[in-house]
Design a protein around this ligand. Structure first.
Ligand SMILES: Cc1cc2nc3c(=O)[nH]c(=O)nc-3n(C[C@H](O)[C@H](O)[C@H](O)COP(=O)(O)OP(=O)(O)OC[C@H]3O[C@@H](n4cnc5c(N)ncnc54)[C@H](O)[C@@H]3O)c2cc1C
Length: 306
């Protein structure tokens, strides 16, 4: 039986693994793809502390993986398919076998909702972005498009005014869903031009984004905007299928925890993008991974009467 099993090898899971392995817990991490998580899909990271000149997403995650391995973290390439909680034992079934553990740390991340249009997937990380905080500074004095009508889309559009020369804010309706205050700010911002009743048809470009083709849903007319970046904010999907019905989730399906990162089930912790919170970044995932590791360690020690 393990002391602690970690599901997910992104920044949150790898940090939890670092703390637990260094504390000499009997711990393993289960990751269904290459360890690294979403950061592997980003070319360059400029807002992770300690790297003043920035660092490639690949190198950052290679380092984050190497550090816990140095302390003996076992990383298994397995897809976790089912969880079962039996008082002080948790059963974790993967595509290979079933493990038992005292404590469990969930760090399965989240996925951004995709538009599903031509050009989106092949230009992701090369002009197509789902995070203005992450990628906005790369578009200094360049025109960009923002897609979406909710709070996040409008907040990110406003953030992009610090860098971009022009922002075409595309929305499929003729009014925004975002709160009034944000709407007023965006309307007053001269760099933002709203393109109403419109949906993206294609993102144009070969090695980088060169433009976007739009269709007006009322008139059927198509038009193009020349932009170097397309920021898509049509929703975030938590990777929480595994815990549906097992732990408490918020209305959007993200895992609720206390400030020790413990879920509604004692001994089951969650960290990173799958948690219910407002800011999803590498640094927040890392902090929560450390807190979850600490909470899990305490839980195991209490169980063993240490
Ligand atoms: C394109 C892009 C650029 C970004 N740029 C930045 C940036 O510049 N700065 C910044 O701070 N943030 C950035 N972010 C956000 C950042 O990547 C996330 O906030 C962070 O990766 C969250 O870490 P996590 O560990 O919670 O989840 P993730 O990174 O999503 O990792 C979760 C891991 O869990 C694994 N997993 C899921 N389910 C299972 C299962 N059932 N069994 C086994 N494994 C499973 C997944 O394969 C994945 O590897 C960016 C995100 C994207 C998409």
């Amino acid at each position: 039986m393990y002391d602690i099993l970690i599901v997910g090898g992104g920044p949150a899971g790898l940090t939890a693994g670092l703390y637990n392995a260094r504390a000499r817990m009997n711990v393993a991490l289960l990751e269904k793809m290459a360890p690294g998580g979403q950061v592997l899909t980003t070319d360059w990271v400029e807002n992770y502390p300690g790297f003043p000149d920035g660092i490639s997403g690949f190198e950052l995650m290679d380092r984050m993986k190497g550090q816990p391995e140095k302390f003996g973290l076992e990383i298994r390439s397995e897809d976790v398919l089912r969880l079962e909680f039996r008082d002080d034992r948790k059963l974790v079934t993967t595509n290979r076998e079933t493990y038992e553990t005292r404590a469990l740390i969930l760090a399965c991340g989240a996925s951004w909702k995709k538009l599903g249009v031509e050009g989106e997937s092949n230009l992701m990380g090369r002009g197509v972005s789902y995070c203005a905080t992450c990628d906005g500074p790369f578009y200094r004095d360049q025109p960009v498009a923002v897609i979406g009508g909710g709070d996040t889309a409008v907040e990110e559009s406003l953030f992009l005014t610090r860098f971009a020369s022009r922002i075409y804010h595309v929305h499929r309706r003729d009014e925004l869903r975002a709160v009034k205050l944000l709407q007023e700010r965006a309307m007053a911002e001269e760099k933002i031009e709203f393109v109403w009743d419109s949906v993206p048809l294609r993102i144009l470009g070969a090695d980088g984004v060169e433009g976007i083709e739009l269709r007006n849903v009322k008139t059927g007319e198509t038009s193009r905007r020349e932009v170097q970046g397309v920021f898509i904010f049509i929703g975030t999907l938590p990777n929480t299928e595994l815990v549906q019905g097992l732990v408490d989730l918020d209305d959007a399906g993200f895992v609720l925890t206390d400030d020790q990162m413990e879920t509604s089930v004692p001994g089951v912790f969650a960290a990173g993008d799958m948690r219910s919170k407002s800011f999803r970044q590498i640094s927040t995932a890392v902090g929560e991974g450390a807190a979850a590791a600490h909470g899990a360690e305490k839980y195991v020690e209490d169980m063993q009467g240490v």
